[in-house]
Design a protein around this ligand. Structure first.
Ligand SMILES: [Zn+2]
Length: 376
């Protein structure tokens, strides 16, 4: 079953789990690295050692999954549904249904993943302590690697205090809670993410120059984090614009209106071919009669264009779908989609004061929708 660019491996707490191709390649690589370490430290080539390495590989990916499930279950506590958990090279992404409403919710959901990781680090560290001295050395190596992995998962996600990692969401929710300003909090968390991503990339470059090939990993990771930090900001800014900008911020003044008495041929000559729109409002004096659509004109026989008036093919706007200058862009978008119209009139009282077009709205909001997420 291939979906969402990966393999769906089942559900945990009712949430579909997707393995991305990158992590599918990483699993045998991880097992091979761990095997190398086991052989180095213990010189143990037994079947038991192989089984320990395989079990530890499984538990390592279980740890990453546990981190993501921490986010998802905390989101569920706050009434936010999780669409899926997608495991990739950077850990995972928990895609949630809707954005959080309050800073405290965001803080708790962001912190829940690292909290699970640090808890698991404590469990594996505790087992290492309890078994030390009597368990086989291979067990010690495996438990140690599990404890270290979970410490890294917990601390790296928290200490990277910019988008797109958990620490960035902790930063945003904290600043959001303190200032009440979601947009500024988002910008700060994103800027920190871009800066830290650049620092990691730069550090990788320094390591490489010093002859450490591991630097290459950081040189790739840094720019990836920078790009994700920027995209997180764009998504949040779009959501914010949707909720806070008003129709008056986007409205076009009344200019291209069709007088009701002109012929359809004149509508084509002066409006459809000149302005390249597909719907034009029709007025009689200052009264808005409705709209005329280019599709409807195209469906008419051309021989009738001279005889028919614009008014005769004018359709009324659905009354309940008028917008006011104070309507939010979210409302404007919903009405445009509901009616299937490309342009809607804006009325103040009964006075026509402008128009909002779907094209302007999409340009302002930057296209498609998005899902909220808590990466890694
Ligand atoms: Zn996380």
């Amino acid at each position: 079953m291939f979906r969402e660019n990966g393999i769906r491996v089942g559900k945990v707490f009712g949430i579909p789990i997707i393995l991305q191709p990158s992590i599918i390649f990483l699993i045998p690589f991880y097992a091979w690295l761990l095997w190398g370490e086991v052989v180095d430290v213990t010189n143990d080539h037994s079947v038991f050692a192989i089984l320990c390495v395989l079990a530890t590989t499984g538990l390592s990916f279980g740890s990453v999954l546990g981190h993501e499930i921490g986010h998802a279950l905390m989101a569920r506590v706050h009434g936010i549904k999780t669409h899926l958990i997608s495991l990739n090279l950077l850990g995972g992404i928990t895609l949630t249904e809707s954005d959080v409403k309050r800073p405290s919710q965001e803080l708790l959901i962001a912190a829940a993943g690292p909290a699970v990781s640090l808890l698991l680090a404590g469990v594996f560290g505790g087992l290492l302590y309890v078994t030390s001295g009597w368990a086989a050395p291979v067990v010690e190596v495996c438990l140690k690697s599990l404890a270290v992995l979970n410490v890294i998962l917990g601390l790296f996600n928290l200490l990277f205090f910019g988008f797109p990692l958990d620490g960035g969401y902790v930063t945003r929710s904290t600043i959001w809670g303190l200032t009440g300003n979601y947009l500024i909090a988002t910008r700060i968390a994103s800027a920190i993410g871009v800066f830290l991503g650049a620092a990691i990339g730069g550090l990788g470059g320094v390591l490489l120059v010093m002859g450490n090939l591991g630097g290459l990993f950081y040189m790739v990771l840094g720019p990836v984090l920078m790009g994700m930090a920027r995209r997180s900001q764009q998504g949040s800014a779009q959501e914010f614009a949707f909720n806070t900008l008003r129709v008056r911020d986007l409205m076009r003044p009344v200019q291209a209106v069709v007088p009701s008495h002109i012929s359809v041929r004149d509508v084509v000559r002066h409006f459809v071919t000149q302005l390249h729109g597909d719907q034009f409002p029709v007025v009689r004096g200052s009264e808005l009669l409705g709209y005329i659509s280019a599709d409807e004109i195209a469906a008419l026989e051309k021989s009738r264009w001279d005889r028919m008036s614009a008014e005769s093919i004018t359709r009324p706007y659905p009354v309940e779908n008028f917008l006011t200058p104070g309507s939010s862009l979210r409302v404007a978008y919903a009405r445009l989609v509901e009616t299937g119209l490309s342009v809607l009139p804006v009325l103040e009282g009964m006075q026509l004061c402008g128009f909002v077009s779907l094209r302007d709205l999409q340009r302002r909001l930057g296209g498609n929708g998005r899902g909220g997420g808590f990466p890694a």
